[in-house]
Ligand binder design. Structure first.
Ligand code: KG4
Ligand code: ZN
Length: 362
């Protein structure tokens, strides 16, 4: 059965609506995807302010839905269901989305599906690259860091994740310490191009321990110390030292992500998947050095999939598609649902300590 879903996303600082079609064979098409960022609203505060975010979502969601319907050339009458991020995330924003979706469902009688935001990210490679289950997934952004085996639309196995900061958050903080602009990831990557990654050796946290958990907050402290030593000796941070520190930091994050993913890959390949694949998503996946390090883990037997950035970062197409996957799998859809600030993808896995900039994640 072909399903066309409207998706809504408002769990952090992007207000988004999208229409996605999924055919009977499981292939997805993005009919429209509208994302309205809120960076300018939060810029003065150095982080996302939950109350400001929630109010902006409440004000903008209707408009995003109208625009998404217009761009897809559809009306609600041509839609089979409404999918909305119902957690995890900043509760005010999640509630704005859930209330909007409930209103639309009540007015139209359409089924309503609550989607886990992380499941949206984790199922995106099915939409963009038609990956078959089970595949491996590394989710790395400003708010997330998880290594997953995706067994099905509702079955995720978490092999590891960060115990403190998310990698994107670490890039942002490191950039601030080096006097580079925000967002920090692209700024560090640009500076690192003319830097020597071996000049200031930084730690590779948790690499000496077994398992796939990661830690990035110590790297931030290490870069702060290295910077202060240089400033004390030189009376400032020379451009070359800034580039060398950026390159050293990027190499440290890459080494940790690549090595932990390599370990997870061993666990995954033991399952003897029919069509092995590793997918990456999240803003940090835009980093060329990290992407190439991960790609090198794959060979002619393991496929590497990196969805286009617009579908890797927060968007509503992933929520609409995840809703369609669940509907196709027979998930019950009602007209009622609640918002959940915490919602681990893998309830059986040990709780992660990391929170990320979006507040408690899982
Ligand atoms: O997925 P994303 O857009 O959204 C949130 O997490 O909200 O990820 C944003 C994060 C930021 O922390 C940014 O610094 C990081 O992804 N990022 C990068 C690069 N581009 C964006 N990190 C490293 N290298 C990049 N080229
Ligand atoms: Zn996200």
């Amino acid at each position: 059965m072909t399903l066309t879903l409207l998706g809504l996303e408002s769990s952090c600082d992007d207000t988004a609506a999208a229409l996605v079609r999924r055919d009977a064979a499981g292939a997805g098409t993005v009919l429209s995807s509208v994302v309205q960022g809120q960076a300018s609203l939060h810029a003065a505060f150095g982080g996302v302010v939950p109350e400001i975010a929630a109010r902006a979502h409440a004000e903008r969601l209707d408009h995003c839905v109208e625009q998404a319907l217009d761009e897809a050339g559809l009306r609600l009458a041509g839609v089979d269901g409404i999918a909305v991020t119902s957690g995890p995330g900043l509760i005010g924003g999640v509630l704005s989305g859930v209330m909007c979706a409930r209103g639309l469902a009540a007015a139209t009688g359409l089924p309503l599906i609550g989607v886990n935001h992380l499941a949206g990210h984790a199922l995106t490679p099915r939409l963009t690259d038609a990956l078959a289950f089970p595949y491996m997934m590394l989710l790395v952004s400003g708010g997330h860091c998880q290594i997953l085996i995706v067994h099905g639309p509702e079955r995720f196995e978490r092999l590891g994740g960060t115990i403190d900061d998310a990698p994107g958050e670490a890039f942002d903080k490191a950039a601030r310490l080096l006097g580079l602009g925000q967002p920090g990831g692209p700024a560090i990557e640009a500076a690192a191009r003319s830097g020597d990654p071996g000049r200031y050796p930084l730690p590779r946290p948790l690499l000496d321990r077994p398992g796939c958990d990661m830690s990035f907050s110590g790297l931030k402290t290490a870069i702060l110390r290295a910077r202060d030593r240089i400033v004390a000796a030189e009376g400032g941070l020379p451009r070359q030292a800034q580039a060398d520190l950026a390159a050293s930091f990027q190499a440290a994050v890459r080494d940790v992500l690549v090595e932990k993913t390599r370990r997870a890959m061993d666990v995954y390949l033991d399952l003897r998947p029919a069509a092995p694949a590793l997918a990456v998503a999240g803003g940090v996946a835009a980093n060329g050095a990290i992407r190439e390090g991960l790609r090198a883990l794959c060979d002619e037997t393991v496929r590497f999939a990196a969805p286009p950035l617009a579908l890797c970062t927060d968007n509503a197409a992933m929520i609409a598609f995840a809703g369609a996957e669940r509907m196709a799998a027979g998930a019950p859809a009602g007209t009622d649902l609640t918002a959940r600030p915490r919602w681990p993808l893998d309830a059986g896995a040990a709780r992660m300590l990391g929170s990320g900039k979006r507040g408690a994640k899982a």
